[in-house]
Each structure stands twice: as structure tokens, then as C-alpha cells.
Design a protein. Sequence first.
Length: 150
Amino acid sequence: MPHAFFDLHHTVADDEIDAQQHVHNLRYLQWTLWAARDHSAAEGWDAAAALKDGLGWVVRGHDITYRAAALAGDELIIRTWIPTWNRYSCQRHYLVTRPADQTVLAKVQTRWVFVDLNRHRAIEIPPAAVAAIQVCETPPPAPWADSDDT
């Protein structure tokens, strides 16, 4: 059964720190991509099989609001969920959090489009991908506000 949201746990590595001594902004984006990949896999989406068929999800756009800096050694939870989808795309939201001090580091939204990678065209989301989508219309609580660890 699909889960309404998914948590990616990540420890900030030293090589993720930039010249300003905090995590570089592109790392936040990478973490959201990993969270989306792992959430989809946990729900049964076989990205490798789809890729062999020339199909897959591609990003149409990202919106990131940075609220606080992550530092080396921080234990993070990147929580993701899908609030909406339509025939060709889905919206995915993320909270990048540091539970130790109950801080939301970033809020992210990504629009994913399902694409025929051979023809470079958006196509209708196939039933196998739809089966891996559970809509979570109401944003889930921050990780420290719930007791169910997903």
C-alpha cells in the first residue's frame, strides 16, 4: 500500500560544505531528487525497467525557498509527498529538516513530467506509475511532530 509521504535520512558530509562553510544550495536539490527516487521505489515504481522502455520522469521546474543553513555532520530528514497529479505530470513537495533543533532548512516544490525519452515528448502517465502515486493533499507534519517514522 502506498504511503502518503516518505522520509529520506541523510547526514551532511564534509564534501557537501562550500566556501561559505555551509551546504551548497545544489546539494539541497540533490537530496530532493534522491527522496523522490527512493519514495517512488518504495511504492513499487521500477525506474530501471521504465528507462529500458525509453520512459521516465523529468523535471519541468523547481521552486526552492531556503530558510536556514545545513552544516557538516547535521542529521537531516527530507520529507516528500505528492499533493496533486494529472494525466501528464505530478507536483512533489519536500521539507528539508534538521530534527535536532526542529528547523525547516528549505521548502521545495518540483513539477515532474512523464516523458517518452526517445521522442522527447510528454506522455500520459502509465498505469504502473499511477499505481505508485498516493496523493497527500494536506501537507504532512514536520518529522518531529509525528511519531510514525516512515
